[in-house]
Design a protein around this ligand. Structure first.
Ligand code: NAD
Length: 425
């Protein structure tokens, strides 16, 4: 996608977004304690922002604001049509600020610009429009009953908003995941407290500004930045929220589920995985290899639905492995604003070291690295796209969610074999 955004213009967009401020009851605020934590650009390892470290107090204030709007505020009296109008306006504003949202997401994620600019943000706009269209179309049913005393009778159902929602957003695809959660919640009249990931706040804080510009009343959407162990724990265990919507890792999901369970608060979890892709001998092999590579390497492999195991029929195993290796070797890693870049950096040093650790453990257990396998640059958290064969289904590299550009290629003989391996994680 042709774009005029350069590293320099991106820095201007960043400067306009700073200082980073939380959104609580319509106010852009620092943390009450004044404490912040650092956010680095994964592609350059430079500090890009001091993020307010909200905690229990800020979560309490945000929940109180959302509660007041839901129970007796202006939002509780806004008609369905008016809600739809605001959400259509929000979608227009997101579209207007596509470049700003994309640049902020790139600076905090290290992904190539074409990903948010061409996919995440346009899709987020469409999600918002789609649900805006539903705002005045959610209604119950009228159910005819046997007549009572000779008179017609009916029962009816009413659909009501759940209430105040606590939303946990991961750092990958943060704007789109926020849109998936926010759009249906707002369309149906709920209010929200968002806790972004420590690694992905700037794009969401800009989204908060657009929400205010779209005319949503103060306190309908609140965004509290902070660490998972403090702000996150306070939100998941808060007694005055009506539902938790969590997207993130299985480990944290379990903790959030337990914390919410102490108040019997319902929870929806969207977690990680180890998605299998299966290639049969009758496939168009060239096309299958191309799409399998997209399936695992998009967003540097940091996608919950990444197809990070490729199961290949024994009769074509060598050919597919070799072609996957060639394709991986041709992927161009680079800085996000270079238009020729196909793959960017991983989110932080921990994640890079974790991914490299999995590759090492695969080697130690007897797997063979066919392509990649190393850190790609001295500066920035870049890892080469990596293809591993001769892995067995019991190896960590073939079982655990690695969340990086690494794929284990496993052979199978029969359909039953393929299904068993695919389900066995
Ligand atoms: P994570 O679990 O580390 O963090 C998710 C959120 O939980 C963050 O906001 C974090 O601050 C918060 N958190 C951390 N500790 C907490 C605690 N003790 N109490 C409450 N909140 C806490 O996940 P991540 O690293 O941000 O994202 C990567 C993971 O998310 C991967 O496993 C990936 O598969 C998954 N993911 C799933 C989907 C999906 O739709 N299923 C989409 C994207 C990512």
């Amino acid at each position: 996608m042709a774009t005029l955004i350069t590293e320099e213009s991106a820095q201007k967009i960043l400067a306009n977004a700073l200082p980073a401020r939380m959104l609580i009851d319509g106010e852009c605020v620092p943390s009450r304690s004044g404490e912040t934590f650092h956010k680095f650009n994964p592609a350059t390892e430079t500090l890009i922002a001091e993020i307010p470290a909200g905690g229990v107090q800020e979560i309490d204030e945000a929940v109180a604001a959302a509660r007041a709007q839901f129970d007796h505020g202006e939002w509780s009296r806004v008609s369905n049509r008016e809600r739809a109008r605001m959400l259509f306006r929000l979608a227009d504003l997101m579209e207007r600020d596509t470049e700003i949202l994309s640049v902020l997401q790139v600076l905090e994620s290290g992904q190539p610009l074409y990903e948010p600019l061409g996919k995440d943000i346009p899709l987020s706009v469409e999600i918002m429009r789609y649900y805006a269209g539903w705002a005045d179309k959610v209604h119950g049913s009228v159910i005819p009953l046997p007549s009572a005393n000779g008179r017609p009778a009916h029962a009816y159902t009413v659909r009501e908003p759940v209430g105040v929602l606590g939303m946990f957003i991961p750092w990958n695809g943060q704007t789109m995941i926020a849109a998936w959660k926010l759009a249906p919640a707002l369309a149906t009249g709920c209010t929200v407290v968002i806790k972004p990931s420590e690694e992905g706040q700037l794009a969401l804080l800009h989204l908060g500004k657009l929400i205010a510009e779209a005319g949503l009343p103060d306190g309908v959407v609140n965004i509290v930045t902070g660490l998972g162990a403090t702000a996150g724990a306070a939100l998941s265990s808060h007694p005055y929220i009506d539902k938790v919507s969590f997207t993130g890792s299985p480990e944290t999901g379990r903790r959030v589920h337990q914390a919410a369970g102490t108040n019997f608060t319902p929870v929806t979890l969207e977690l990680g995985g180890k998605g299998p892709q299966i290639i049969w001998p009758d496939a168009d092999i060239e096309h299958a290899v191309k799409m399998a590579a997209v399936g695992v390497f998009a967003n540097q492999g940091q996608i919950c639905g990444a197809g990070s195991r490729i199961l290949v029929h024994r009769s074509i195993y060598d050919r597919v492995t070799e072609e996957l290796g060639d394709r991986a070797n041709r992927i161009k890693l680079g800085t996000p604003f270079d238009e020729s870049t196909q793959m960017g950096a991983l989110i932080n040093a921990n994640q890079m070291n974790r991914v490299l650790g999995y590759i090492d453990s695969g080697r130690e257990e007897g797997a063979r690295v066919v392509a990649g396998g190393e850190r790609a640059r001295e500066v920035g958290y870049f890892v080469q796209p990596t293809i591993v064969d001769e892995a067995t289904p019991d190896m960590a590299i073939a079982r655990d969610e690695i969340f990086g550009p690494v794929v284990a290629v496993l052979p199978f003989e029969t359909e039953e074999d393929a299904v068993r391996i695919a389900n066995d994680t």
